[in-house]
Design a protein around this ligand. Structure first.
Ligand SMILES: Cc1cc2nc3c(=O)[nH]c(=O)nc-3n(C[C@H](O)[C@H](O)[C@H](O)COP(=O)(O)OP(=O)(O)OC[C@H]3O[C@@H](n4cnc5c(N)ncnc54)[C@H](O)[C@@H]3O)c2cc1C
Ligand code: FES
Length: 338
């Protein structure tokens, strides 16, 4: 165990870090508000300056880290493993203080089921039950795959003995190929979580809009499942817009149909962006998720609590729309799936 001392805006703070842990994750485990988002080296939100000590950077090729950072002694908290005691410069931010402290454990695959031609749901049982908030994600450690991969949970749980994940297969992807083809029922893998700040806000006094693009299905399903039965959110309208490329990608309705209030206060809207000859019978919306949401709700989007998840082009397009519509940032919660 080593000591990490943080020089921030005000007084100095410190926390302990195991040497096989990262500085970001050890800080969150200690309840500190260390800024972050993706946890896999892609967003750059967890960048800090190393003032004293030595770290090993797990991903040399992390998209958010380069030569310039190295020259300035800057590292990514989610990739930096301390080699001994360190002193770093960073501003903690209360928005990132975890409500549930992330922990490392193992989980066993109990079952899996097919959702579409390339999305499946994986049902895991945890060795040490851990709760999570609807919309959060975890890092899965898969055999033979370098680095953890982030996946959002799709279920709702209080005690946390089961975590479910809806995952899209990426052609030749290291983690998804392993999960889909090599992890069998009864197999155990590593789990680290929960992480993420795009969770359901039960105190928000607004109707809810969930936007999911492809692999972004899982956290939006979890948020909708929780919102549907939340006493605090009774009477709130919940709209769920799912976008895929073609008819065969469309999914999500089947999970919402099971919820109380479906068809009344809970509504599902589907859109496809690239219709081809095989989509001749499609009678839903056509276009990208953000355009379709704007078409359906117009400027009333401004009055909603908005959650979204999906690949970077979708996340960026939604962010631009919400910025143009002047939606207050505190009403927007999202994960970008790098
Ligand atoms: C917060 C968050 C939540 C997500 N939730 C979901 C979800 O619910 N469902 C879903 O289908 N997908 C989700 N993703 C995407 C998922 O994490 C993977 O990027 C995707 O499944 C492709 O992984 P792969 O290994 O199969 O593909 P690959 O093409 O092999 O890997 C691609 C991803 O892995 C990263 N990567 C490569 N090497 C390393 C390394 N050494 N350490 C860490 N990362 C590395 C890359 O930067 C890239 O993001 C989420 C991503 C993020 C950031
Ligand atoms: S959280 Fe470290 S780069 Fe995104």
């Amino acid at each position: 165990m080593v000591q990490i001392t943080v020089e921030g805006k005000t007084e100095e703070q410190s926390f302990e870090c195991e040497q096989d842990d990262t500085i970001l994750r050890a800080a969150l485990r200690a309840g500190k508000g260390f800024p972050y988002a993706c946890n896999v080296g892609s967003c750059g939100n967890c960048r800090f300056q190393l003032l004293d000590g030595e770290v090993e950077h797990a991903r040399e090729d992390a998209p958010a880290w380069g030569e310039r950072d190295l020259k300035r002694n800057r590292y990514l908290g989610c990739q930096a493993h301390p080699k001994g005691d360190c002193r770093i410069k960073l501003r903690f931010d209360d928005a990132y203080t975890p409500e549930i402290l992330p922990a490392r454990t193992e989980m066993t695959l109990k079952a899996k089921s097919t959702i579409t031609h390339d999305i499946s749901e994986f049902f895991f049982e945890l060795k040490t039950p851990t709760p999570f908030l609807p919309g959060q994600y975890a890092l899965l450690g898969l055999p033979g795959v370098d680095g953890g991969r982030a996946y959002s949970m799709s279920n709702v749980t209080k005690e946390g003995s089961e975590w479910h994940f809806q995952i899209k297969r990426v052609p030749n992807g290291a983690a998804t190929t392993c999960l889909f083809d090599r992890v069998n029922t009864g197999d155990t893998i590593k789990l680290d979580g929960p992480y993420g700040t795009a969770f359901l806000r039960e105190d928000a006094p607004r109707d809810i809009l969930c936007l999911a693009g492809g692999s972004g299905l899982s956290p939006m399903v979890s948020i909708t499942r929780a919102a549907a039965v939340s006493d605090k959110l009774k009477g709130r309208q919940i709209d769920f817009v799912f976008g895929g490329r073609a008819t065969r990608d469309v999914c999500g309705r089947e999970f919402l149909e099971e919820l109380p209030g479906f068809g009344d206060r809970i509504r599902f809207h589907a859109a496809i962006s690239n219709p081809g000859p095989e989509d001749a019978d499609w009678d839903g919306h056509t276009g990208f998720v953000h355009d379709v949401a704007h078409e359906i709700f117009g400027d009333s989007i401004r009055d909603k609590e908005i959650y979204f998840a999906g690949p970077p082009p979708m996340a960026q397009a939604v962010q631009k729309l919400l910025f143009d519509l002047k939606v207050p940032p505190e009403q927007i919660h999202f994960d970008e799936f790098y």
